[in-house]
Design a protein around this ligand. Structure first.
Ligand code: ARG
Length: 588
């Protein structure tokens, strides 16, 4: 891959408008404010919005413009000669509407095919050097549930976008593999004479049963507590049993990650146990933590409850482990950005942990925009069609493998119903159904605004029309088939497209959308919001659908240029699919 970078369109406009601002108002240091125009009515691509805030600053000074429009006029008059902007027009109270030159869009899209350049060269600038993304993070001896699925899917996409941007990403699975519950479970299994390499489903049942006994039988509780002490004390037999329980869960988790194509490194809570005692000691010594009712607590301003780092019984909990993990990631992993993904139910927990880290001076105060930076991405619940938390009919948590399996079988049925049985090639049918099914589940999740709860509906996510992965997959296959046809026709296609030339509005809109790809990734990373990338991909695909509806490709006079446009669309679409963790289908 080449290290050559093509700057994003918005970045180039910022540079240009920066020079204009500098020339027009040399005494005012102004960051250029450039945004995409969403309203087609304005017939422009971007808007520069500096005039209004600038006017507020210069108002009343000697010789200052008398209104924001005049400020905007002055900025426009100072735009240096360039090959980017065709027209800069002042609109409304002082917006500057910027329309890009067709030749600029043509040239920009053409860079995808230049030697040494590719869509990789369009990657946005890395916001930092090294990031740790803490995602998925299910619990041992418990089933992975839809909340973990969301964390896995959103986390994987954020990692991919960061990686594409050139950030060195450490993907960490903070598995819940430690705590008093393991003493309880081991004790119960031993007393019941169950083999320690039991399957996960059995483990869950055993776990529940042990919990009941723990709560109801004081003698069992004592034995369980002694088992915890043995396990935490490093007793070999206990460790071995614990290890077997973890193995069984790990096998289940791995199956899901493999199916979804997600890479992640396991580093469970147990990893941080050796750090806890020392950490709490330091916190107490430095005065960051203080003793309160026998517990070591970190009090932070603006938080009602303190963060308890050592319970009065001497035990360490979830928060202590997270604080230790945070520090280990900053110091030993050299992270300058740590991102956590869980459902928003844990927002309070992370606020506490981050506040404590600030009190320790490990991360800068909030709102300074400084690094190292920590973020918790909380997302909403997955609801059933009844509007309540997604459950099976019998009221149990929905098993992930069942969910994935059902998506696949529904896709299969859909394909067959549409008369597409791949000539009886059962294997091909399965493969395609799997790809559509998995991408449908992922996309339905990723396109949500991460905070909102959303209703899980197979019917909606498998809809052929509308903003679904199925629609996107069919569009992708359509682009491929146009290119195959072009190639078969002899002229153009197969990497043989010609020079790109805009001849109509639909072509121009498609090119403009293609050129905005880097901005979509940048927004996705900056806001930690994959839905930004989904919106972009859906927009691009719609522009392609319009283009294809209006412009004949194969057999037209413009074939060579239009084939290139299809190829450029395909490049960018495929990269989006990749970043969203979806496997594109060339043929459906
Ligand atoms: N195991 C936790 C759960 O299932 C999620 C862990 C998230 N990561 C963290 N560093 N606390 O709820």
């Amino acid at each position: 891959p080449s290290s050559l970078r093509v700057p994003g369109v918005k970045r180039e406009l910022e540079t240009l408008m920066g020079s204009a601002l500098e020339a027009a108002f040399p005494d005012q240091r102004q960051e250029p404010i450039v945004v995409q125009t969403t309203n087609p009515k304005f017939d422009c691509d971007y808007q520069c919005n500096n005039a209004m805030p600038l006017f507020a600053r210069v108002k009343g000074e000697d010789g200052a413009p008398s209104n924001p429009r005049a400020v905007a006029e002055a900025i426009v008059a100072s735009i240096p000669a360039n090959d980017l902007v065709e027209e800069a027009a002042v609109a409304g109270p002082g917006f500057i509407n910027l329309r890009l030159r067709d030749s600029f869009l043509e040239g920009r899209a053409a860079t995808l095919f230049q030697p040494d350049l590719s869509v990789e060269s369009w990657a946005p600038q890395a916001p930092c050097r090294r990031a740790v993304v803490d995602f998925s993070s299910p619990n041992v001896a418990k089933e992975m549930h839809v909340g973990h699925l969301r964390s896995t899917i959103i986390g994987d996409t954020l990692c991919r976008c960061l990686e594409f941007s050139g950030v060195d990403v450490k993907r960490l699975n903070h598995v819940g593999d430690w705590g008093t519950q393991f003493g309880m479970l081991i004790q119960h299994m031993e007393e019941e004479g169950v083999a320690f390499d039991a399957a996960v489903e059995d483990l869950q049942v055993l776990y529940k049963a042990s919990k009941v006994r723990f709560d109801e039988d004081p003698e069992f509780k004592q034995r369980a507590q002694r088992a915890v002490v043995r396990l935490q004390g490093g007793d070999e037999e206990s460790r071995e049993r614990w290890g077997k329980i973890c193995d069984a869960s790990r096998r289940e988790f791995t199956k899901i990650y493999d199916a979804l194509g997600v890479t992640i490194e396991e580093r469970g809570e147990s990893f941080y146990q050796p750090y806890l005692e020392g950490l709490v000691g330091e916190l107490l010594e430095s005065g960051v933590a203080e003793m309160s009712d026998g517990a070591a607590c970190v009090f932070v301003e603006g938080q009602d409850a303190p963060l308890i780092v050592r319970k009065s019984d001497g035990g360490y909990g979830y928060a202590t482990t997270d604080l230790a993990a945070l520090r280990q990631r900053l110091s030993e992993e050299g992270a300058d950005w740590i991102v956590y993904l869980t459902d928003s139910g844990q927002a309070q927990h992370f606020r506490g942990v981050f506040a404590a880290a600030r009190k320790c001076g490990w991360v800068p105060e909030e709102g300074t925009g400084g690094y190292p930076r920590v973020d918790h991405v909380g997302f909403g619940l997955v609801l059933g069609e009844d509007g309540k938390r997604l459950r099976t009919r019998s009221g149990d948590v929905v098993r992930l493998s069942d969910l994935l399996g059902e998506a696949v079988s529904r896709c299969k049925a859909q394909l067959v119903e549409r008369g597409n049985d791949f000539g009886g090639d059962e294997e091909a049918l399965d493969r395609v159904a799997r790809k559509i099914g998995y991408s449908a589940i992922k996309y339905a999740d990723l396109k949500q605004n991460k905070q909102s709860n959303y209703e899980f509906s197979f019917d909606r996510m498998l809809d052929l029309k509308g903003n679904t992965a199925v629609y996107l997959q069919y569009a992708h296959a359509r682009v491929c088939s146009i290119l195959a046809k072009a190639e078969a026709s002899g002229a153009g296609g197969g990497g043989e497209g010609g020079e790109i030339r805009v001849t109509c509005g639909a072509e121009r809109a498609l090119l403009a959308a293609i050129c905005q790809f880097p901005e979509a990734v940048e927004d996705c990373v900056a806001d930690l919001a994959p839905n930004r990338l989904c919106e972009y991909l859906y927009g691009l695909t719609s522009k392609f659908t319009d283009f294809y509806g209006e412009c004949q490709v194969v057999g037209s006079e413009e074939q060579a240029s239009r084939v290139r446009m299809c190829e450029a669309t395909l490049e960018v679409m495929r990269k989006c699919f990749f970043l969203l963790g979806m496997e594109p289908l060339d043929r459906i």
